[in-house]
Design a protein around this ligand. Structure first.
Ligand code: SKM
Length: 272
């Protein structure tokens, strides 16, 4: 038996078990199972220490992505750069390696939606997900990231990361970007409801704009619906959930992920 799980708090809403278990079934990985475990930040180190040798990997979601780095003996460059891990992989000696698959996942979904190299990005929010988006922007060789922030201090912290990564970055106040200017892609990293005020403005964005809202429940968000009405290409948090799970699946099992089966299981669960 080999086991994996997603840890976080709250965790009942997570669709990670659906995606990974569908992947095990489609890949013929009998004996593998993936569960959801509620775990608070202070509990993570002990929880991880208590896991038996059958545990191959862990997905980490809020609020565990920062503390995830602390329980690992090896940290990948991207996880170290943004200070967040969503993935812990068991090493042969029993210790854990931390990685971040949100970043390559974002690159995959944005490239898949046609975002070209050198694109200009309008980023909404400056929290944890925005840090991952910034690292993705670097990999996409974006020319500039303009960030709308609700809290100036968070924006300034993100600006320091942008500086460290070498991404051209401007902070703007949280105002209505009725004209996203020359932005080729709008990435909203703020929680459910926080970007609703941009829905109307999105209705007049250029149809070539790719709009990626990391929220997926409920879907479509008002922002996504507004942008879709303008003819923009829409990417959802569900697309990202799948893309980041693919990277985890392959690191946990060492087997190529059966993506179509994982995608249809996710779609079915979301409709249920
Ligand atoms: O980064 C991912 C994490 O791996 C799993 C997850 C979930 O199960 O909802 C969400 C994201 O934080």
């Amino acid at each position: 038996t080999r086991r994996a799980a997603v840890l976080g708090k709250p965790i009942a809403h997570s669709l990670s078990p659906v995606i990974h278990n569908a992947g095990y079934a489609a890949a013929g990985l009998t004996g593998w199972s993936y569960s959801a475990i509620e775990c608070a930040e202070v509990e993570l180190p002990q929880r991880v220490a208590d896991l038996g040798p059958e545990w191959a990997g862990l997905s980490l979601t809020m609020p565990l992505k920062e503390v995830g780095l602390a329980v690992a003996t090896v940290v990948s460059p991207v996880a170290a750069a943004i200070g967040a891990a969503n993935t812990l992989v068991r090493r042969p000696d029993g210790s854990w390696a931390a990685d971040n698959t949100d970043v390559p996942g974002m690159v995959d979904v944005l490239t898949g939606a046609g975002v070209p190299e050198g694109a200009e990005v309008l980023l909404l929010g400056a929290g944890g997900t925005a840090r991952a988006a910034l690292a993705a922007a670097l990999r996409l060789k974006t020319s500039r990231v303009t960030c709308l922030v609700r809290r100036r201090a968070a924006g300034e912290e993100l600006a320091r990361l942008a500086d460290k990564l070498g991404v051209r970055f401007d902070i703007r106040d949280w105002v209505d970007p009725g004209d996203p200017g020359r932005a080729d892609v709008v990435i909203s990293t703020v929680p459910r409801g926080a970007a609703d005020g941009f829905a109307e403005a999105a209705g007049s964005w250029r149809p070539e704009t790719v709009v990626f809202d990391v929220v997926y429940d409920p879907w479509p968000t008002p922002l996504a619906a507004g942008a879709a009405a303008a003819g923009c290409r829409i990417v959802s948090g569900l697309d990202l959930l799948l893309a980041q799970a693919v990277g985890q699946f392959e690191q946990f099992t060492g087997v190529a992920a059966p993506v179509p089966a994982m995608r249809s299981a996710l779609a079915a669960a979301q409709e249920a």
